[in-house]
Design a protein around this ligand. Structure first.
Ligand SMILES: Nc1nc(=O)c2c([nH]1)NC[C@@H]1CN(c3ccc(C(=O)N[C@@H](CCC(=O)O)C(=O)O)cc3)CN21
Ligand SMILES: CC(C)C(=O)C(=O)O
Ligand SMILES: [Mg+2]
Length: 283
C-alpha cells in the first residue's frame, strides 16, 4: 500500500483504503528506536509495540507481567524513531479490563506519554463497551481476537481458536469489534478459512498472526521473523534472516581480535597532539 511519497505518514484511513483496494498491509512488532527506524525505512505500514516485549525483551514466560510504564517507555522510543509508519501500542494485561473508564485512562496515558497513534487490546464481545469508550474519545483502537496471549492460562496454552463451534463465537467477537468502532482487528492463530470468512464479512481490515493468507495484512514478532529470538518459533513464522547468528559470529571475531591485539589499531586510536609537541610522559 506504499503508493504515497516517502515521508507521508500512514493514517488509519490508509488501512481502510488498503482493504478496499486489495493492497496487503504489513506490520512488525518493535520495542526500541533502532529496530523501529530500520522497519520504517524499509517501508513497513505499521509497527506494534507488543506486550510480547515481556517475552522477547524482558525474558518472562508470558505477556502478563509487563507494566504500563515499561511499555510506554518502549513505545516512546519507537515513536521518536519512526517517520512514516503508523504506531500502535498494546495495552498490557490488567490495564483495561476493569472498566471502559480504566481502558480509556490507560489509552490516554499511552497517547499522551508515548505519543503512539493508536492502542490495541485483546478481546471481542467482552470488551465491546471498552473499545467504544476509547474510540468515542478520538483514540483509534485495534482489537485482537483468536488466540489472545493475555488469557493463555484460561485458553490452556498456545491453542488455535475458532475451530468448529468456535468459528461462530469468533464472528460474534469480530462483529462486536466493528460495531464498537475499532479501525482494525488482529486475528491470531485462527484457521485460514475462518479468517477468510471474518475478513469477507468485516469492513475493517483483518491482520493475520498465524491466521493464513486471506486476511488484509500480516503481522509477526520481529525477533521471530529475523532470527533474533530465543526459544521455539511458531509454525506461522517464516524466518527471513539469522540475526542471532550474524551477531554471534561478529561477537566471536571481536573477542578474537581483542585477544590477538588486532583490535584496536593505531588508526582506531588517538595521537597526542599537545600544542608544544611535548608528551608529559617523556622526550
Ligand atoms: N516471540 C514471540 N512470538 C509470538 O508470536 C508471540 C510471543 N512471543 N508472545 C506472545 C504471543 C504468544 N504467541 C505464541 C507463542 C507460541 C506459539 C507456539 O509455540 N505455537 C506452536 C504450537 C502451539 C504449541 O504447541 O505450543 C506452533 O508450532 O505454532 C504460538 C504463539 C504469539 N505471541
Ligand atoms: C503478536 C502480536 C499480535 C501481539 O499482540 C504482540 O506482539 O504482543
Ligand atoms: Mg500483544
Amino acid at each position: 500500500m506504499t503508493d504515497t511519497p516517502a515521508v507521508k505518514r500512514v493514517r488509519t484511513r490508509h488501512f481502510a483504503q488498503a482493504k478496499r483496494d486489495g493492497h496487503k498491509i504489513s506490520g512488525l512488532t518493535a520495542y526500541d528506536a533502532a529496530s523501529a527506524k530500520v522497519f520504517d525505512q524499509a517501508g513497513i505500514d505499521f509497527v506494534l509495540i507488543g506486550d510480547s516485549a515481556a517475552n522477547v525483551m524482558l525474558g518472562y514466560d508470558t505477556t502478563l507481567p509487563i507494566k504500563v510504564d515499561e511499555l510506554i517507555t518502549m513505545s516512546r522510543s519507537v515513536v521518536r524513531a519512526v517517520e512514516r509508519a503508523f504506531v500502535i501500542a498494546d495495552l498490557p494485561f490488567g490495564s483495561y479490563e476493569v472498566s471502559p473508564e480504566q481502558a480509556l485512562e490507560t489509552s490516554i496515558r499511552f497517547m499522551k506519554e508515548s505519543e503512539a497513534h493508536a492502542v490495541k487490546l485483546e478481546g471481542g464481545v467482552r470488551v465491546e463497551s471498552h473499545i467504544r469508550r476509547i474510540t468515542e474519545s478520538g483514540i483509534p483502537v485495534c482489537a485482537h481476537i483468536g488466540f489472545t496471549p493475555q488469557s493463555e492460562h484460561n485458553l490452556g496454552g498456545h491453542i488455535i481458536q475458532g475451530r468448529g463451534d468456535g468459528a461462530e463465537q469468533l464472528l460474534e467477537d469480530a462483529r462486536a469489534i466493528e460495531r464498537a468502532g475499532a479501525f482494525m482487528v488482529v486475528l491470531e492463530m485462527v484457521p485460514s478459512d475462518v479468517a477468510a470468512r471474518v475478513t469477507e464479512e468485516l469492513s475493517i481490515p483483518t491482520i493475520s498472526v498465524g491466521a493464513g493468507p486471506h486476511c488484509d495484512g500480516q503481522l509477526t514478532v520481529w525477533t521471530d521473523t529475523f532470527g533474533y529470538g530465543q526459544g521455539r518459533r511458531p509454525k506461522f513464522v517464516r524466518q527471513y534472516a539469522d540475526l542471532a547468528g550474524v551477531l554471534r559470529d561478529a561477537t566471536k571475531q571481536y573477542i578474537d581480535d581483542i585477544q590477538s591485539g588486532a583490535y584496536p589499531s593505531e588508526a582506531e586510536s588517538y595521537e597526542n597532539t599537545h600544542p608544544d609537541g611535548k608528551s608529559p610522559f617523556g622526550p
